[in-house]
Every structure is written in C-alpha cells, then in structure tokens.
Design a protein around this ligand. Structure first.
Ligand code: DAH
Length: 351
C-alpha cells in the first residue's frame, strides 16, 4: 500500500511540474477528484489492519496535502503570467479586460527649456543675416578672456567680471585658467582661425560669482563679431535694428549710449524700449528703457591680438545675455531669474 501511494505521488508530481495551464485542472481530477487515483487508493485504507491503518492514513493525507499545495501553486503562477502577458490559452480574459471606449493614457510630454527656446530663436534671427554659430571653451585661459581683449596685466577691470579661477598652475604664455565670464573670449579665437570676413555668433555658458534675483552663477550670452573691410557703426546699428524688431517685435526700438569697455572703442550700451509701458516709463524700467548689454567697434589692439591688420580691417562686436533678453520679451514675467535653473516643473511647464 505504501508503495502504491508513493508511486501515485511521484506520477502526480511529475505531471504537475511539467503541466501547461490547460492541463492542471485535469491533473486535479485524475488524482484528487472523486474518482481520482489517490482518492480511490485512500478508500482501501479502512480495510487495513489497525497498526498499518494509522501509518498509511498519515502518509496518504500528507501526500494529498502536498499534491493540493503543488496544484494550487501552479494555478497561482498561471494566473499571474496571464495577467502580465495579457494572453491566456483561450484569449478570453484579455478581451473582457480591454475596454476600447475608454480614453487613452497620455504619455507625459517634455518641452525645450525656455532658455534653449530663446537660443534657437536668437540663432535663427542672426542666421537670416549671414551670421554663423560657433562655440568656444567654457574653461578658458586668462589671455583669451582678458589679455587678448586689451586688459593690461593686473588691471582692476578684471574684477568687474567676478571671475571663477581654476586652481591650477598658470600657463606661462596664456596665464591662469578660469571659467569664462563672457562670450567675448571667443572673439580672438575666431580671428586666429585666419579667415576673413568674420560674421560669428558665439552662444555659450558664462560663469560669474553672483547670485540674486537678477543674476545666476551660470548664465548664457550671445556674442556677435563682424570684421571686414569698411565695417562701421552704421552696420552695427543695422544689425541691432534687425535683431530688436525680429526678437522683441516691430513696436520696440533701441538706443545706443556711450560707455566704456576695454575691448571696444568707441563702446556703447544698448537699451531697448520697455515692452510693459511702451517706452513711457514704469516700475520695471528706467524711464521707458531696458538695458540689453554692451557693444562697440573692435579695439585695434584686439584686432592685433587676433593677427588682423587694424589699418586695413575694422569690426564691431556685441555681447548680450540670453536670460536678460528673454526677461525683456513681452508676456514673459519672471521675477526671480534663479527660477530658470531650479528645475521646478510647475514653473517650466508654463512655457
Ligand atoms: N563682454 C561684455 C560683458 O560681458 C559685453 C560686451 C560689451 C561684449 C561690448 C561685446 C562688446 O562684444 O563689444 O559685459
């Protein structure tokens, strides 16, 4: 009797282990059903003598428990896989679960960052009038950022740019290494390429030791440089006019104010009429004007540093902040510039 029970157990176990979903209920019937092999075998137990009965009875019940557990485990396993893979043997479940009339689930859509959008727009405006986009190192030598731009050694004007210096042995010719504080560092790099005329647009990250509502330590500038024969201030004004009207709108205008930069002579600051009050004067602006940034005619010493003959060629340059022009655009109100870089989706998703 004992052997018969163990044989039944072994047979059932090997079937259960290799069972497909459609087989499992039949296995249950064949072994544990009313006329199943184990059930029938157990019916003979009362016929045994008393000593055997207790022992065989315990064994039979143990085998019954084991088979029931194994079959239940298999059932659970099949249920799980049919849920995740969405198809079972009959395919019925799948169609019952699927309601094609329900609205779909919209995947979350990202968008370009506000500053990236501005950079793309600025680039396409200048490309229309023949400027080519270039990029130069963010980790730069003092010489390109200051020296070549007509800053005498140890001149205090370097302090105006609140530069981050890298702790590294200075290069004997190029000086200390720093994070470029302005895109003007690309001017002489572009000249040294040796191709004239130049019409470059350098847009890059810049770094300064500053952080308040209108400044971040990392920000972007776009720098224009035009060098060729006979270039003069009226060309600069024409380019300015084109940019201001294209970017801010036909109703906006600009003015140039005398200023001082080491690398331009004469130098100017450019103001654009305030988009909020239309140039009349309001809380946001200085009597109707918003300051956009610097520009001027390239200083002869800068041309010389770039191996260009200042007797033969002239040029103009301008450098403005991307975040700054963005804030000056109509309809965009950002009262704290640091919001742009705080990764706050509630803020960014508005644009
Ligand atoms: N580099 C200057 C700054 O960061 C801006 C600037 C002024 C750029 C005059 C120019 C320029 O190209 O001609 O403040």
């Amino acid at each position: 009797m004992q052997e018969i029970l163990i044989q039944i157990k072994n047979e059932a176990m090997s079937l259960i282990v290799g069972a497909e979903e459609r087989d499992i209920e039949q296995i249950y019937i064949d072994f544990l059903g009313k006329k199943g092999k184990l059930t029938l075998a157990m019916r003979d137990i009362p016929k045994l003598n008393i000593e055997e009965r207790a022992e065989i009875g315990r064994l039979a019940n143990e085998i019954k428990d084991i088979l029931e557990d194994q079959i239940n485990d298999k059932r659970k396993e099949f249920k799980k896989t049919s849920k995740t893979s969405n198809h079972n043997s009959s395919g019925k479940q799948r169609f019952e679960d699927l309601d094609v009339t329900l609205p779909g689930i919209k995947p979350p859509l990202g968008s370009l960052h506000l500053v990236t959008q501005a950079i793309e727009e600025i680039t396409s405006i200048f490309e229309k009038i023949g400027f080519s986009r270039v990029r130069y190192p963010e980790v730069e030598f003092d010489w390109y950022a200051f020296g070549a731009l007509n800053f005498p050694n140890n001149h205090p004007a370097r302090d105006d740019w609140e530069t981050f210096f890298i702790e590294q042995q200075p290069d004997p010719k190029m000086g200390p290494v720093l994070l470029t504080p302005h895109t003007s560092s690309g001017q002489v790099r572009e000249m040294l390429k040796g191709k004239l005329p130049i019409k470059m647009l350098n847009i890059a990250k810049c770094y300064r030791r500053q952080s308040d509502v209108s400044h971040t330590q990392m920000f972007h500038q776009f720098e224009g440089l035009v060098v060729g024969e006979g270039i003069n201030i009226s060309h600069l004004k024409g380019v300015l006019e084109f940019f201001v009207k294209s970017y801010f709108g036909e109703n906006r205008t600009f003015r140039i104010r005398p200023y001082h930069f080491q690398f331009t002579e004469p130098s100017f600051e450019i103001d654009v009429t305030c988009g909020v009050c239309d140039g009349v004067g309001c809380r946001l602006c200085k009597e109707g004007w918003l300051e956009m940034g610097g520009s001027g005619m390239v200083h002869p010493n800068v041309l010389k540093a770039g191996k260009i003959d200042p007797e033969k060629y002239t040029g103009f340059a301008f450098g403005w902040g991307v975040e700054r022009v963005l804030m000056m655009k109509e309809g965009i109100s950002i009262d704290d510039l640091r919001l742009l870089y705080s990764n706050d989706l509630d803020f960014l998703e508005q644009f």
